[in-house]
Design a protein. Sequence first.
Lengths: 203, 550
Amino acid sequence: MSDFGLRISDCGLKDQLFVSFNPKSAIRNRGRVKMSKSAEPVMLDLASLPREQVGPFLLLGLPKESDKDRIESNWADRLKWARKNLMKVPLEDINWARDILNDLDKRIRADAASLNLDTTESVLQTLARRFGVAAGQPGRAWQPLDSEKALADYMPPAEVPDAAAVRAALTVPQVPEELPAVAVLLERLAQMPLDPWAVVLPK
Amino acid sequence: MPVVEVLEEVLPVAEPVQSQFEVAAQILDRAVQGGCQDANVLYMLALAHKRQGKTNEARSALRKISRPDANVILQMGLLSLEEGNLAQAEGEFQRARQMDKESYEICYNLLLTQLTLGKIEECTKLIPDAVELLDRSPGTLPGGAYAPDERRFLQLLQSLLQQCDETMLRDPRFDPVLSEMTPDDEQRLLKVVRSLGQLDVVHTLLKALTASRPRSAAVREAYIEAVLVKAKDVMDRCNWTEAELLLRPLANDRSASRANQVALLNLLGCCACLTQDFDGAINQFQNALKLSDRDPRLHQNLALAHELRSDLQSADAHWNRYFDLLDQRVPAPPDVPKYLNSLAYESMSRLASRYSEKEKWNNALGYVQRAARLRPDDPDTLERLFHLYNHAKRPQDARQTLNDLRRLRPTDPQLDLYELDLVEVKGLADIEKLLMEIDRILKRYPGDARVEERAVTMVGNVIPLMGNLCDQLTEQMGKVIDQVRNLPNYQINWTAVRDVMRDLLREFQKLRRIVGKCMPLVTSDEHKRIVRDLAEHIDKKMEACRSMGA
C-alpha cells in the first residue's frame, strides 16, 4: 500500500467527502486536488496506512479469532479479487498477511498492534449472521413455497397380478400317510456295529 | 470396570437405520435402472433424493423426465435455490410460470428470487399477478398461509418497491399503505427483507422503508443494522473511504440500540484511522467508550490511534485499561491454548520496544516488569529487563535480575560480559579494568561468536571514553603551554611547570598503555584506525610533555 497519497487530516478536505460539490471550497483548494464538475460528492483517493499498520486481519477481512480454515478461505477469495481488480490491495500484501497469520508468534504480535473492527461482544458478526452474510452461511434465508404432486396412490401402468388369485391358484400336495423315511433310518441303524460291553443295563 | 465400558453396557447404542426416503430411493432407482421411464416414478425418485438433501441426484432424476410439466420445473427451481444458484432458479421459475400461470407457488418463488437478485422493476410488475392468483385461491394456501394475510403482505411489498425508485429515495412521497401498516405487518416485512441475504438489496429496501416510516424504531434499527453489516463488508475489501461514506450519515444517530451505536462509532473510528485521520478516530473511539467503557477492544483501538498520532503518553492509560479488561470475554482462536495470556505478554513487550525506541527507559521498564510477571522463567524477558535496569541506572535491580538469569542460563558465556555492564566507568583505572576483563572472558570462551560480538560492542563503547580522556589531558596541557608562551620568562615558575608536565606525562603514559591493550581487542577497520590515530596523538603529546621538562 502506498504511503504517499493525500492525507485527509492535513488538507482539511474531510467534509467535502460527504457534501455536494462546493465551488468556493474548490477555489480554496485549487491545485491540491482535481475537482469533479458534476454535482456528485467528491471522492478522494485517500492514502491508506502501510500494511504493517493496517495489519493482516484487516487485509484478509478476518476476525481476530479466526481458525486456519477461515484464514485460507479468505486468503483465496482475496487472491481472486485482487487478480480481477476487485480489490485495491496488491497480491504481495495479501500473501504477506497470510504468512503472518500462519506463524503463531507473528500472529499474536499482529493482534496486539492492529485495530478491531468488531467489538468484544462480536456485534457485527451476530448481525452478519442475522442478515445471512456471515462466512459459511447460505445467503438466502426465506423459505420458498413447495407444492409436490400427490402420488401416494399412484399405480404404475404395469400388469400386477392379484394376490388373492395367485394364492387361490396354488395347489399344496397332500402328505402321504406312510413315512418312507422310517424304513431307511432303521436300515441304517441295523448296519451300525454293536458293542455288547458298552451297553449299560438298567439296574 | 472402567466407566466407559459400564456406560457402553448400560446405554443402548443407536444402530444406523435406513430412512424411509433412502429405502424409497433405492427401490425407485432399481425400477428406473430396470428400464422404467415412467414420469411419475422418476418424479418420486427425485423427491426421495431431494428430501435427503441430495440435490444433484434429484436434478438428474428430474432431467430424465421426457416431457416435464410445470411442477417438475418448479422442483428444479427449488433445487437451484437450495444450491444457492439464484440466476438459474429464476430461469426455471420463469419457465414453470410460462407453463402454468395459475400456480401461486411458482409466482411467489419467482417473485422472491427476483427480489433477492435485486430485480426490483420485474418484481414490481409481478406482484399484481400474484395478488390476482390469491384472489382466486381458497382461504388457506397449501403452505398453511392465510390468503388475506398474504395479499396484504404483497401489497406492502409492492408499495415498498415503488419507493425504491431513485427519484423516490431522494424525495420520498407519502404512501398510506406503508405509513399505516400494523406492527405485525411491519415485522413480517422486515423479516422477509432481512432474509434476502443480499446486502445491497436489503440496504436499498430498508433505506426506502426508513424514508417512508421515519418514526418506526424497528425499521430504523433494521436499517442501521443493514448499514453496519454492509459497511463491514466493504471494509473487508479494504475500501475504507466507501465504508466511511456509508456510515457517516448515521454518526449522530442516537435511536439505535447501545450495542449498535458502539459498533457504529467503532467502525467510524477504524475508517478514520485507516485513512490517517487520527484526531477524528480518537474522537469516535472516545464516543464509543462513553457508551461501553468495559470493552477491551475499544480501549485497544483508542490506544492504537493515540500511538499512530505519536502520543504514547495518552495511549498508556488505555493500554493499562485494556490489560485490566483482557479476560475470557474476548474471543480467541479455538486452536491456540492460552491465547489471551500470550496476547497480553506480546502487547506489553511491544509497548516496551516502542518506549525503548524513544529512550524512555522507565516506561519501557514498567511494561517489561509486567511481562516478566506473566512469564517469570522466560530468560529473554529477564535479559531485556536487565538491560532496561542498566539504562534506567538501577544497578542493584540489574544485579538481582542477572542472578536470576544465571539461574536460568547457567552456561551462557555472555552473562560474564553482562556483569561488566554493571561496572561504572569513571576514570582510566576503570577503563583498564574493563578491558582486562573483556580480554580474560574472550580467552576463556575462544571462538564463541556471541561473546566475540558482544566484546567488540563493549570495546567500541570504550573507545570514545579514551578519546574524551585524551582530550581532557590535551586541554590541560594546552593551558599550561599558553601561559608559558604569554608570560615573560622571569614570571614563569619553571619548577611548577615541570611538576605539572611530569603529572601529565604520567597520565598520558597510562592512557597510552590502555590504548595499547585495546588494539588487539578491536576487530573493525574503522575502530582500528581510530585507536591507531589516538595512539599517535598520545605519543606526540608525551613528546611535548618531555620537551617542556617533564
